[in-house]
Design a binder for this molecule. Structure first.
Ligand code: SAM
Ligand code: SF4
Length: 330
């Protein structure tokens, strides 16, 4: 259905990913260098009121789904209040959050009470030692407790696993077993090239191999995809699902419905493009005008590229030759 948020390739953009911080307490090997990255000055980060204003206007224009992310969103002080503000916005159909789970055990119920519907927790290993190596954080138990509390709070839970060759691919069947025996959807994500972090072409593990391995070991029944980026399957005789996100080898750009709001108030229409439009001057101007913000959102949607343009395999080992992707905070 055509809306004012239809881009120049006919895709309807109804999903806004909102980064609420560029800070993180983990150093996942595929996302951040061990020394971290320079952080934005606090005054550059959007306030909750500014975020809620952009979200309200996005929903007024035809948006329906919001996701809070980061950096680590649960590091943001009083994030539950932001959830409450967003949950109360008119026209919102779906409010979700992606987290590393570290602070979740105490926040799961307050987040649910504030109106959060769904939560994705990143967990790349079920083995304590391997988890510590991958995240540079030794608190596997805290994350696990967070997952349990999210289930207890009756949030819809997905676990995101970035699968990397030679690193954690031996755990695929264990994660499949977790999906089978719980009501969790485990989503296997292909390692994506991010400039300036830990890009290793040899770590890419094509999602087809993950899917084939699971199909050999479980009976999988496809679930209609709808607007989901993941291709999902129900595990027969099990409780949960498995999903696959193959940004590199099976890109879903044709059906991408996303727009991103960076922690410092820029709109990005594609994770893999450096094109950004500034919202902050209009949010902080002497006379903030909704019409101008509307125009910028529409402009960002119209300028969404057809696709990320990367083809597999990417052989370069030089991060400088990769798109300047900003995942953290963006
Ligand atoms: N800190 C939160 C977390 O880890 O869930 C939210 C932000 S994190 C940037 C969002 C998602 O991006 C996580 O599921 C993470 O696994 C994924 N991610 C980060 N770098 C990636 C990469 N190079 N390839 C694939 N997924 C990546
Ligand atoms: Fe932090 Fe999430 Fe990046 Fe890991 S993936 S370093 S938890 S932002």
């Amino acid at each position: 259905m055509s809306s004012i948020l239809t881009d120049s390739f006919g895709r309807t953009i109804d999903y806004l990913r909102i980064s609420v911080t560029d800070r993180c307490n983990f150093r996942c090997i595929y996302c951040m260098p061990p020394e971290g990255i320079p952080t934005l000055p606090r005054e550059e980060i959007l306030t909750f009121e500014e975020i809620a204003r952009v979200a309200r206007i996005f929903l007024k224009l035809g948006g329906r789904r919001l996701r809070i992310t980061g950096g680590e969103p649960l590091l943001r002080k009083n994030v539950v209040e932001l959830v409450e503000q967003l949950a109360g916005l008119p026209k919102l159909k779906d409010l979700a959050l992606t987290t590393n789970g570290f602070f979740l055990s105490k926040l799961a119920q307050p987040l649910k009470d504030a109106g959060l519907q769904r939560i994705n927790i990143s967990l790349d290993s079920l083995d304590h030692t391997q988890f510590s190596k991958l995240t540079k954080c030794s608190k596997f138990e805290d994350v696990w407790e967070g997952i349990e509390q999210a289930l207890t709070a009756d949030l819809k839970v997905k676990i995101n696993v970035v699968i990397m060759k030679g690193i954690n691919e031996k755990e695929i069947l264990r994660f499949g077993g977790l999906a089978k025996n719980s009501s969790i959807e485990v989503r296997f994500i292909e390692f994506m090239p991010l400039c300036g972090t830990g890009w290793r072409p040899e770590w890419v593990f094509p999602i087809k191999e993950v899917r084939d391995l699971l199909k050999e070991n479980f009976t999988l029944a496809p679930i209609p995809r709808g607007q989901e980026v993941a291709e999902s399957y129900r595990i027969e005789n099990g409780k949960g699902n498995v999903g696959f996100i193959a940004s590199l080898t099976e890109p879903f750009c044709d059906s991408c419905s996303r727009l991103r709001l960076t922690a410092d108030g820029k709109l990005r229409s594609c994770l893999f493009s450096n094109a950004e439009v500034e919202l902050k001057p209009w949010l902080r101007g002497a006379e903030p005008v909704d019409e101008m913000i509307e125009r910028i959102i529409i402009q960002a949607v119209r300028s969404k590229p057809a696709g990320h343009g990367m083809t597999y395999p990417i052989t370069t080992k030089n991060p400088e030759e990769l798109p300047k992707i900003r995942f953290v905070g963006g």
